[in-house]
Design a protein around this ligand. Structure first.
Ligand SMILES: CCCCC/C=C\C/C=C\C/C=C\C/C=C\CCCC(=O)SCCNC(=O)CCNC(=O)[C@H](O)C(C)(C)COP(=O)(O)OP(=O)(O)OC[C@H]1O[C@@H](n2cnc3c(N)ncnc32)[C@H](O)[C@@H]1OP(=O)(O)O
Ligand SMILES: Cc1cc2nc3c(=O)[nH]c(=O)nc-3n(C[C@H](O)[C@H](O)[C@H](O)COP(=O)(O)OP(=O)(O)OC[C@H]3O[C@@H](n4cnc5c(N)ncnc54)[C@H](O)[C@@H]3O)c2cc1C
Length: 607
């Protein structure tokens, strides 16, 4: 019935202050501004064009271009990827050749594979591109740099001479990503003034002299680092949306278990449902907290860069690349799991889950393919280990590698299931697993004469070691979050349950790593799983309140299964009748195509 809260009985079970949990989830205000930018972003993506100008343009260039971009007087596209290269930025083929006679750069797409391909906004709407091209001066190739190129007239929006632009066509399913005009672009000797090369990091003088950057060349990749840390926050939004829908529906849905006319069992009470759903609930909170930490780490990096302090740049790259990879994979797989947790109705568009999945899953690819990103983390870990011998003391997220020798001797001292609730016990196990996996890779790498051959040969193991490292970061940041002062009845306790679920679920899922590295015994692994089951029972009465704390409106969730009031069946039915197919009883085409078949005379009893 309208106006009745069908989940009130669930909400009354909450053992914590939901208002406080809402505040803990919301975290810093800018997270929500970001979210609203994200919802605009899928329709357009000036959000990369502007950060890129800030990162790569001189003050003077920023003064010229930022006001135009901020006021949408020009619409920009971050135009880096090509038909033939996306991951390998240093392999991009578009050229920007300096012409000293006219003090211009000539942009050209020398091959088909040099066609710019995928940039958001490029297909129909962008008037300007921040195009990444190989700087060529006197036939010398100086590598990839950024250039501002006008693509379309600001009067009639027609493409300018030498510019061929198109949309790259429909993408995965009918998802909302098809509202994004990812485009293609071919340059045919397009001339731009020299001052439209972004020259904050390196310059080209009027005489055509190349002035190399006096800061790490990787700063030119700064926008990607910025977006990757944003994407981690985005993963917490996407996963929490799906978890909210599937948790509420799991409390509404009843199937089997009726005795003597009693109501059937709520599917949320099945242990298998809990074992699939509650780790995702815990992961949503874990990703949110690690995104908060990463954002503050990134802001600290920016301050350091202002002071020409590049000391945390390598770690920032490794953390943004690795956490982007891990969290988008967890979120994408989690959204699909949430669809399955809703049974048949999860496959309806009106559940909101197919659309969420279709829009979200490219996050595993854009801003860096997830495997390529983990390989970057692996490079960083191997480099960190190689420097141990020279006495280099790792700090920050690799500090545990400074204790590698000790961790190589580690054996968990867990005796009882509840020992796994102790944060230090969990962190030690995760540190030992990550350290041993990385040390084993380093050990194997040392057997190769050519380190690059070794890296390629061992890349699958290296990806697993990088994954273990990133999972350790997320577990550690969840633990650190709970060391903060968090008010509110039962809030910290509930978050503690989620923290333990997150960690022990990972331990159970990756039990092979923990056993093969001899960090824990099979018995200790068994106790962890025992503890996990007990934790699910502790979350159960709070599940609805924990997803209410995401504070999502029904409009935002756009899901009949995830409605706040749990009034699912009438709304499912109502939603179905909105389908145009139900405007008529007899479907189009029946009389032309189906009825003649039905009317065919029977021959000897056969059609
Ligand atoms: C924008 C969002 C704003 C807010 C919006 C709201 C919410 C946001 C949420 C989500 C966003 C939503 C939607 C976004 C939608 C679409 C956006 C997608 C747009 C794109 O999709 S846009 C193209 C992205 N396309 C890539 O993502 C290419 C990936 N490919 C690379 O990134 C490089 O190709 C790499 C790194 C693989 C190899 O690069 P390479 O060959 O040059 O380097 P190499 O491996 O040789 O390493 C040499 C030394 O450089 C260091 N190093 C490398 N990279 C560094 C970095 N970034 N910072 C610092 N150091 C770095 C290494 O660690 C090493 O260090 P060392 O020497 O010490 O070992
Ligand atoms: C929805 C969407 C929006 C996008 N928006 C933009 C945008 O606005 N601007 C822009 O410039 N680009 C954009 N892109 C492009 C995106 O950044 C690239 O697709 C992404 O970086 C992956 O590169 P790729 O396509 O070359 O993948 P590839 O690298 O070709 O990946 C193919 C396979 O090769 C593997 N692989 C590649 N290299 C290695 C290696 N060294 N070792 C092991 N395995 C490897 C990968 O893991 C993957 O399995 C967008 C893409 C999508 C899907």
């Amino acid at each position: 019935m309208e106006g009745v809260d069908h989940l009130a009985h669930e909400r009354n079970k909450a053992q914590f202050d939901v208002a406080v949990m809402k505040a803990v989830w919301a975290g810093s205000r800018d997270a929500y501004e970001l979210f609203h930018r994200f919802s605009r972003l899928v329709a357009n993506d000036p959000e990369m064009f502007i950060p890129a100008i800030k990162a790569q343009a001189t003050e003077e260039q920023q003064k010229q271009w930022l006001p135009l971009a901020n006021k949408m007087k020009i619409i920009g596209s971050y135009t880096q990827t090509e038909l033939g290269h996306g991951s390998n930025v240093r392999g991009l083929e578009t050229t920007a050749t300096f012409d000293p006679k006219t003090d211009e750069f000539v942009l050209n797409s020398p091959t088909l594979t040099a066609t710019k391909w995928w940039p958001g906004g490029l297909g129909k709407i962008a008037t300007h591109a921040l195009a990444h091209a190989r700087l060529i001066i006197d036939d010398k190739d100086y590598g990839v740099h950024g250039f501002l190129v006008q693509l379309r007239s600001l009067d009639d929006h027609l493409t300018l001479p030498g510019i061929t632009i198109g949309d790259i066509g429909m993408k995965y399913g009918s998802g909302a990503y098809n509202t994004m005009d990812n485009g293609s672009l071919i340059f045919d000797h397009v001339r731009i003034p020299r001052n439209q090369m972004l020259m904050r990091l390196s310059q080209v003088t009027r005489e055509g002299k190349y002035v190399p950057s006096n800061v790490p060349r990787q700063l030119s990749y700064g926008t990607m680092v910025y977006v990757r840390q944003k994407i981690v926050f985005d993963a917490s939004i996407a996963l929490s949306r799906a978890v909210c829908i599937s948790t509420r529906y799991s409390a509404v849905r009843r199937q089997f278990g009726s005795h003597n006319g009693s109501p059937e069992t709520q599917v949320i009470d099945y242990k298998t449902q809990q074992a699939r759903l509650f780790p995702l609930l815990a992961s949503a909170y874990a990703i949110r907290f690690v995104s908060e930490w990463l954002n503050s780490f990134y802001k600290d990096l920016l301050q350091r860069l202002e002071a020409k302090d590049f000391s945390t740049l390598p770690e920032a790259h490794a953390c943004t690349a690795g956490l982007k990879s891990i969290t988008t994979s967890v979120a994408a797989d989690g959204i699909e799991e949430c669809r399955k947790l809703c049974g048949g109705h999860g496959y309806l568009t009106s559940s909101g889950l197919p659309e969420l999945s279709a829009v979200y899953i490219p996050a595993c690819t854009y801003e860096g393919d997830n495997v390529v990103m983990l390989l970057q983390v692996a490079r960083y870990l191997m480099k960190t280990i190689s420097q141990l011998k020279s006495g280099n003391k790792p700090v920050g997220t690799t500090a545990y590698l400074g204790r590698a020798e000790q961790l190589m001797q580690y054996h968990s001292d867990v005796l009882r299931a509840e020992d796994w609730l102790k944060p230090n016990v969990v962190v030690e196990a995760f540190e030992a697993r990550a350290a041993r996996m990385s040390m084993a890779c380093a050990q194997n790498l040392s057997k190769f004469n050519n380190p690059e051959d070794g890296f390629q040969e061992l890349s699958a193991d290296l990806v697993e070691a990088a994954t273990a490292h990133c999972q350790l970061i997320i577990v550690s940041k969840f633990i650190e979050k709970l060391q903060q002062d968090i008010p509110g009845k039962g809030v910290k306790e509930q978050l503690g349950v989620l923290r333990s679920i997150y960690a022990l679920f990972l331990l159970h899922k990756h039990i092979g790593d923990f056993l093969s590295t001899d960090c824990i015994t099979p018995k200790q692994g068994y106790l962890a799983n025992e503890q996990l089951r007990s934790l699910y029972s502790q979350v159960r009465p709070n599940a609805i309140a924990l997803v209410d704390a995401f504070n999502y409106t029904d409009h935002f969730l756009s899901s009949v299964l995830g409605r706040y009031d749990g009034n699912v069946y009438p709304k499912l039915y109502e939603e179905a009748w909105k389908d145009p197919l139900n405007d008529t009883s007899i479907p189009d085409g029946f009389h032309e195509y189906v009825q003649p078949m039905l009317k065919q005379p029977l021959h000897h009893g056969r059609l």
